[in-house]
Every structure is written in C-alpha cells, then in structure tokens.
Design a binder for this molecule. Structure first.
Ligand SMILES: NC(=O)c1ccc[n+]([C@@H]2O[C@H](COP(=O)([O-])OP(=O)(O)OC[C@H]3O[C@@H](n4cnc5c(N)ncnc54)[C@H](O)[C@@H]3O)[C@@H](O)[C@H]2O)c1
Length: 322
C-alpha cells in the first residue's frame, strides 16, 4: 500500500512542497489546513492532482483533529500548521491556541491512532535566544541554551517539551525539525520571507528592499519538505529536535545568487542580523534521519526565479490576496 500522508498546514509553503514531493512519488496526500488561500498548493501541484485530498481542519479543535485521523487513516503525519512570528505577536492568544494547543491536539491523535510512527513536526530556529544565545566560534549548540525572544519562539519551545513528555508518558516517538530561513515558490509570509520576495521582484523586473541582512541558514522549500517526510518515515525511537541543515550564507551571497540569474536586479537591504544565532549546529539531522539531498544555493535560487517566471507568464496568483 502506498503511504498516505497527513500534512497539516498543507496550504503553506513547506506543506505545499511536501504535497509536491509526495504526489510525485505516487503517495496519497491529505492536506489539512484552515487557510483561505490555496495558491501555494495550486502553484506547485496544479488544480486537481490525483492522490490529493483536501480537508478543512482547524487544529485548535482536538475533536476535529481526532476525527480527521479516524476518517482519513493516515499512515504518516507531517505537522506544519502554525502562525508565524508577526501573527503571534499581533494575536498572542490565537498564536498559543494554534501553535501550542494545536500541536498537543496532534500529539494526542498520534498517540491514539499512530503510536508506532514518528511524529514529524516543525519547530523553529526562533526557539533559540537571538543575539544573546551562547555560541562557540559563532556556532550555537544543537540545542538552544538561551531564551527565545518572541512568543512564537516560546511556543515552539513548549512544543519541543510537550513532544518529549509524550515519549516519556505514552511512548510516542517524534522528530522536531528547526528550519531557519525557508525560500522557494510559496514562501510569501513571515519575517524571513523578504529575500524570497526579492527573487520574485527580480523575476518581475522590479526593484526590492530586503528587510534584514547578516548571516543565516537558507533552506529551499523542496528540501525542507523532503526532510520532514524522511523524519516521518524514520524508525527513530525517542523524542529529539534537530536543526534543519542548509546553506549558511550572508545576504550578500543571496543577492549574488539572484544577480547570477537576473544581472540587472535592483536590490537594497537593511543590513541587520536576524534575532537568531547566525549559525547553528545541524549535524544531528544526518545522525537521526540520514542525509537528504539538497539544492546548492545557486541552483535553488535559479530554480525559484525560473518557477516564478513561469507562474508570472501563466498569470498565476503568487502571493496571498489580502
Ligand atoms: N518558512 C520558514 O522559514 C520557517 C522557519 C522556521 C520554522 N518554520 C515552521 O515550519 C512550518 C511551516 O512553515 P511555512 O513557511 O510552510 O508556513 P506558512 O505560514 O506558509 O503555512 C502555515 C499554514 O498553517 C495553516 N494554519 C494556520 N492556522 C491553522 C489552524 N488553526 N489549523 C490548520 N491550519 C492552520 C495556515 O493556513 C498556513 O497554510 C511552521 O510550523 C513554521 O512555524 C518555518
């Protein structure tokens, strides 16, 4: 039987890429999301691909989550649904409901319906303590030692601790992945979407101002999705959280990669470091999950601009219509 993946937040950037990768393998995919805009999914997999089921699910409703597992009987789960930093800041209670309560609802449903599978879920680099995070030679340890600076980061830390308790109490294994900056078609919201929007502007022939600079770790959406899928399929026993591997580069390197494709791209930036450590130890991923092939940065940026160009030519909706 082909794998049947439940992807929460499947209308989001990484979720749409997960659907793209899984459908290409011939898997069944249940995209469960509350979101109103399905442009990311449509732009990656088309209108009605075979193997895809879409479910309207609010993960803050534990009964709905349990019923979704009972009805659709997934064999694997990738949990991505969340509100990002600005949304949690604007609505802290709503952010806690989605990011913390919603994740506990998923953990409950996993423990009930898929106790022998690994729960693959998204944490974030925001679980780290920003500039105050202790580093050795500029590299932060595999596990955060400092205090997160955003409610979003606090909520992600809470999820990491909840997953550990579910392993201790109920024997449910989990792998939390901490992405840093994900880019690629579909990345159009959250603090760190700005360089990706610069790639879109370059494809459109428009100037763009990037809201931050400094060094960060960049991951293409396809590669992030592959990592979550591999984690869900692993036979890991335990509850761990690992940083998602990627390319550790400066914003100047990103701009150079964009200009390699669009030499005339007009891009300016505020050269301020994000409130995260510039480099994090991601060696745990290969140890726990195994290496997953990734785009080199220049290829990932070129793929993104090429895909944006094709979508522009087709008149597609590329960013949310607010
Ligand atoms: N994109 C990044 O750079 C990045 C970095 C670190 C961590 N992450 C984490 O990775 C995950 C996926 O990120 P993304 O970039 O795909 O996010 P995204 O914002 O593009 O997508 C999130 C999805 O969650 C859905 N959602 C929100 N509330 C919901 C609810 N109550 N019930 C069901 N669905 C709901 C939204 O509609 C949206 O489609 C998130 O957990 C995010 O916090 C992402």
């Amino acid at each position: 039987m082909a794998d049947r993946f439940l992807v929460t937040g499947g209308l989001g950037c990484i979720g749409a890429w997960a659907a793209h990768e899984l459908l290409a393998e011939g898997c069944e995919v249940i995209v469960a999301d509350l979101g109103s805009s399905d442009h990311r999914l449509r732009n990656l997999v088309g209108e009605h691909p075979s193997g895809l089921t879409r479910v309207a699910l609010d993960i803050t409703d534990a009964d709905q989550v349990m019923a979704c597992f009972a009805e659709h009987r997934p064999t694997h789960v990738v949990h991505l649904a969340a509100l990002q930093v600005p949304f949690c800041k604007a609505d802290p209670v709503g952010g806690a409901r989605v990011n913390v309560v919603g994740t506990v609802a998923l953990l409950e449903a996993m423990a009930e319906h898929l106790p022998d599978r690994v729960f693959s879920y998204a944490s974030s680099v925001a679980a780290y303590g920003g500039e105050d995070e202790p580093t050795v030679d500029g590299v932060a340890a595999a596990d955060p030692q400092g205090k997160p600076h955003t409610l979003y980061g606090v909520y992600k830390r809470a999820n990491e601790e909840s997953a550990a308790v579910y392993h201790a109490d109920r024997g449910l294994s989990s792998i939390g992945l901490r992405p840093y900056v994900v880019y690629g078609v579909g990345r159009d919201q959250g603090v760190t979407s700005s360089p990706n929007m610069a790639m879109l502007a370059a494809a459109q022939g428009e100037p763009f101002h990037i809201s931050y600079g400094g060094r960060a770790v960049y991951q293409h959406g396809r590669d992030a999705a592959r990592a979550f899928i591999a984690a869900a399929r692993s036979d890991y026993d335990g509850a761990c959280v690992v940083n998602l591997p990627g390319d550790e580069v400066s914003m100047q390197d990103i701009i150079a990669a964009i200009r390699a494709v669009v030499p005339e791209a007009e891009i300016t930036l505020d050269d301020v470091q994000l409130p995260f450590p510039p480099s994090v130890d991601a060696s745990g991923f290969d140890r726990v999950v195994g290496a997953v092939p990734r785009y080199p940065l220049d290829e990932g940026v070129a793929e993104t601009i090429g895909r944006f160009r094709a979508l522009i030519a087709a008149g597609a909706v590329i960013v949310p219509q607010r």
